[in-house]
Design a protein around this ligand. Structure first.
Ligand code: ATP
Length: 306
């Protein structure tokens, strides 16, 4: 019995350590508060992601058995396309993202990436092919270089610089006291919200995943910063399959499909113009955001207007 318990225990500790690293990077998932139950199937192989197509087929899920959080969610994101998730707080947007990253297994239905059920492949290989840009990026108490390199630890210095340029933060870094060697984070140089977002973009550019999950920041940055970040994000997402949790509807006007969630169900879907024309939930949200923008130029996030 002792022999059986020791390795299991060790595995548990090791597993939690891995999870903790994830929290550091992808803190949008708030993993520490959640018991992780997902285990790779015996003999699971690595997923092969070439094009990056994503399918949710009739997915239902609840964190607790007595409360269903997602009901019969079905949608596809063709390789390179962008799907946006919108809806009130608690409607299930982040849960969809967490399921695709396989922090939980679906109760019924299936999630496929390039035709492969994500339940049947290793979590490590799945997560390697998906980039996450969280709302608020956590920085390590380390150099700015390390913080960018975290996207791919084997990256060379020129590759780090190229990623920083792509995220439009290279020139800013050169102004730091020690350039790329400058210590950042809690105990070093504090970066602004916009700068942290750029670090997240640079990391993701280094990781170069086929699929990107983007959790749009709710806190509004000033308009010019916002516009610049938007451009970097668009470059990063070009030709990559993107799922974006959107709070400002103005950023998803060009999304290939918008899914409007309410209480775990897709209640409307389509492109921006179609949804505006329907005069339903989305059109109402759009109107509210326009009004909020007129009355308060400082913050026109959905959170504020709903
Ligand atoms: P927001 O816009 O506020 O981030 P959301 O649309 O992303 O909201 P989710 O985070 O997906 O919503 O939450 C959907 C539902 O699941 C909510 O009712 C929430 O309370 C519940 N929920 C989320 N995480 C957990 C958890 N770890 N355990 C139990 N219930 C949870």
């Amino acid at each position: 019995i002792v022999q059986l318990y020791v390795p299991l225990n060790w595995f548990g500790t090791y597993y939690r350590a891995i999870q903790k690293n994830f929290v550091d990077m992808e803190n949008m998932f708030d993993l520490l508060r959640e018991e992780q139950e997902v285990i790779d199937a015996p003999g699971a192989g690595a997923i092969s992601v070439k094009r990056g197509g994503v399918d949710f087929n009739n997915v239902s899920f609840g964190y607790l058995p007595e409360r269903i959080v997602l009901k019969n969610i079905t949608f596809s994101v063709a390789p390179g396309k962008t799907v946006a998730l919108v809806g009130p707080s608690g409607s299930g947007k982040s849960t969809i993202i967490r399921l695709l990253f396989r922090f939980y297994d679906v109760d019924t239905g299936a999630i496929l990436v390039d035709g492969q059920n994500i339940k049947t492949v290793t979590q490590e290989s799945l997560r390697r092919s998906i980039g996450v840009v969280p709302q608020d990026t956590v920085l390590f108490n380390n150099t700015i270089k390390y913080n960018i390199k975290y996207g791919r630890l084997t990256a060379t210095d020129p590759e780090v610089i190229e990623a920083a340029r792509g995220a439009d933060i290279h020139d800013r870094i050169l102004q730091f006291p020690d350039g790329y060697e400058t210590q950042v984070g809690e105990r070093g140089l504090r970066l602004s919200g916009g700068e942290k977002q750029r670090v997240a973009i640079a990391r993701t550019l280094l990781k170069a995943p086929q699929i990107i999950l983007l959790d749009e920041a709710t806190s509004a940055l000033d308009t010019q910063t916002e516009r610049n970040i938007q451009e970097s994000l668009e470059r990063m997402c070009a030709n990559r399959t993107t799922i974006i949790v959107a709070h400002r509807l103005s950023t998803i006007i060009h999304a290939d499909e918008i899914l409007v969630l309410r209480e775990g169900e897709i209640v409307e879907r389509g492109r921006h113009e179609n949804l505006i024309g329907q005069e339903g939930v989305y059109a109402g949200m759009w109107k509210q955001q326009l009004e909020a923008r007129d009355t308060s130029s400082a913050d026109n996030s959905l959170e504020q207007s709903t």
